[in-house]
Design a protein around this ligand. Sequence first.
Ligand SMILES: O=C(O)CCC(=O)C(=O)O
Length: 322
Amino acid sequence: MQYVASCVQRWPPVRSVDGSKLLSFEDFKTLASDEPLHIRNAAFARNSRFSLETLAEELQDVCLPQTSMSAKQGARSGSGCTLLVADQGTECVMGAKPKAWDPQGCSFGALARKLGGNLYLTTRSGKAAVVRDGDGLRYDAPEDAECQDVLVRSFVPRVPVPLFLPEEPCQVAFWLGSAGNNFGLHSDLFCEQFLAQHQGAKEVLLLLPEDAAEVQPFPFLQSPLWYKSSARTVASLKLSLPGLRAVLQPGDVLFIPLWWWHEVRTVHGPSVSSTFRFHTEDAERFAKVMNAFYQFHKNAKEPLGGQSGVAQRFVIVFVIVL
Ligand SMILES: O=C(O)CCC(=O)C(=O)O
């Protein structure tokens, strides 16, 4: 995966503020807008070390599941948790197949020792599955039969929580990797999120183009990945306007508003970060509608081995009425 930094050097920085005085969500709201915000030196409810070394030491015997799931598979897993370990290879992490690890009896301690290479680990809870509990967070959903929740269960009570986080239930995602890992350009749609950097450093590129075609999403109805860029990286796009750029250091938090596209690359590792996601009410509605359209189109392709033209008519009507 090519580094993109050179082509975005002149992108304007995300507006930044000193986070040491943001002690509540009310404080955050006085500074926030519908643009991304880089909160430097954020105040956390407790300052425990949340690093690859401490996690590996404390959780070395946690046994990882046999299968590594992509987000789409995870949406169907019992708990809604996913645990993806992928070898980035020459691709972005999100394009890599979750294949190059051997979970047979693999402990978190053993995996952590391998995370210095191309391996990237991401694990997340279901939507609104994590709640505030005093200075920390709590995850107490029933156990997942496929064990996709083992790291969420272990990380959630340990993760330092920014004081200005909303008090509502959220989804939490964790990202562990090393320099050069790049998750790839995507949007998380109807959610506001706070990306906290605990160890290492990450470059984040953010875009909200007027014309979403500029970010080349995978074509809807042909792919379930339409909220991801088929170009994978900003470096392969022809953009009419530059986006915004931030480099997150340990203790920094980036606020990403609804719909913003983002590409996140680790520039200094090992890197440990977490994302706190707050989905709006429309997130569920939107997902249902999009999945329903996907299913209508899939069904329309079935009759007469796809020769009936129903699917094509469906697409035409869909495009025109919209
Ligand atoms: O840190 C990363 O690798 C990806 C973060 C991200 O895309 C997110 O929080 O939505």
